[in-house]
Write a protein of this length. Structure first.
Length: 376
């Protein structure tokens, strides 16, 4: 196939970059179309605060008038300052099943990263660990849940044949209401509540001032609780507010919880309704039809994704995490949410993986892979 690699230079090119994703999933039953407006905002360097400290270069592979591949090369300066390294990233990767095109895209991204002093290329990151990330390598038979990626089965082969090797796997667990909690967990969490004087309250989304205060709590706990994790980068105030503004419209306050121990903030947990169950019907990714799908099908959503659950370091080993999981169960009993997904979890997070499988009877049903390659 004859093709060429072009860079994205203007808003018209950017729109073409975003809309090209439809080329790779025509009639695919498990792909959930993103909202075009949401993707345009995410990739707008003047609107997304991620780009206050990071840079991006977008490439399109074109054959005639058709886009047959795309990729983003990303430099996250906050990541490199945090980890004292020179890692560049690739993301938003799509490609037909053609190794030559995939290689050309990776080479274009690698060249730009090399010119900017990077020594490793890692991905997929869309565009960072605080967004959706990873190449799906297990679980193709199911649609992705909210804020998780999806790709065709051959993608990992394109990446590996281009010279990438596995850096880390991320696991997702399926949880069901019937098997989620054992009698042992009920007894233990009740005892822990009394011992550590734990109270659980919902995030306040109705009062704007109280909402802002709770966002500050989430921000503080998130940045402290996740700091030891592989690849973690603190979210800036602007990034957190940018995300909170989007999530506020889909939050169910019953599943946005703050844990207090003896009157002091100890942790928080956030689970989002799987709005992908609605958006999967919005085939063209338009905003108004998407809102209509949410309005008319929202009551049929039967799954929540536990996207973050964190406890401050001084409250580790108090069992507050298990109390928060138990709260989700109790609230699920009086809602339509009879299933859950917990993820993503680092493959080497032994305590979390053990708790999800042994204590909560979770099923490891999806795996997402992060790859590394030395930059020439």
């Amino acid at each position: 196939m004859n093709f060429k690699i072009n860079t994205v230079e203007n808003k018209k090119d950017l729109l073409r970059f975003v809309k090209s994703q439809w080329n790779f999933y025509k009639n695919h039953p498990n792909w959930v179309p993103p909202l075009i407006s949401e993707r345009m905002k995410m990739l707008n360097v003047n609107k997304n605060p991620f780009f206050l400290h990071s840079k991006i270069k977008l490439y399109l592979a074109e054959s005639g008038n058709d886009v047959v591949g795309r990729i983003a090369a990303i430099i996250n300066d906050n990541h490199n300052r945090t980890h004292n390294d020179t890692v560049g990233f690739f993301g938003f990767f799509e490609c037909i099943n053609n190794q030559d095109i995939a290689n050309a895209l990776f080479e274009s991204a690698e060249k730009w990263l090399s010119e900017n002093g990077m020594t490793v290329m890692r991905g997929p990151m869309n565009p960072s660990t605080n967004d959706d990330l990873g190449c799906l390598v297990k679980g193709y038979e199911l649609p992705p849940v909210v804020m998780m990626p999806y790709n065709s089965e051959y993608y990992h082969r394109l990446i590996e044949k281009a010279g990438f090797e596995k850096a880390k796997d991320l696991f997702a667990y399926k949880l069901t209401l019937e098997t989620f909690v054992t009698e042992k967990m009920k007894r233990v969490q009740s005892s822990l509540r009394q011992r550590y004087k734990v109270k659980i309250r919902e995030m306040n989304i109705k009062n704007n001032e109280e909402f802002k205060k709770d966002v500050e709590i989430f921000k503080n706990v998130y940045n402290k609780a996740w700091e030891p994790n592989w690849g973690f980068v603190r979210m800036t105030n602007e990034e957190f507010d940018f995300l909170a503004d989007d999530l506020k419209h889909v939050l169910d306050p019953r599943f946005a919880l703050i844990a207090e121990s003896d009157g002091k903030v100890a942790g928080f947990a956030l689970a989002l309704p799987d709005i992908n169950q609605c958006l999967i019907h919005n085939k063209k990714g338009r905003l108004l039809p998407g809102l209509w799908q949410l309005l008319t099908k929202k009551k049929k959503i039967n799954l929540v994704r536990i996207i973050v659950l964190g406890v401050l370091p001084e409250y580790h080993r108090t069992g507050i995490d298990s109390i928060l999981y138990y709260e989700f169960l109790e609230r699920g009993k009086v809602s339509n949410y009879k299933n859950g997904e917990a993820g993503w979890i680092l493959e080497d997070n032994v305590m979390m993986n053990r708790g999800l499988t042994m204590t909560m009877n979770g099923e490891h049903y999806k795996t997402y892979r992060i790859y590394d390659k030395p930059v020439v």
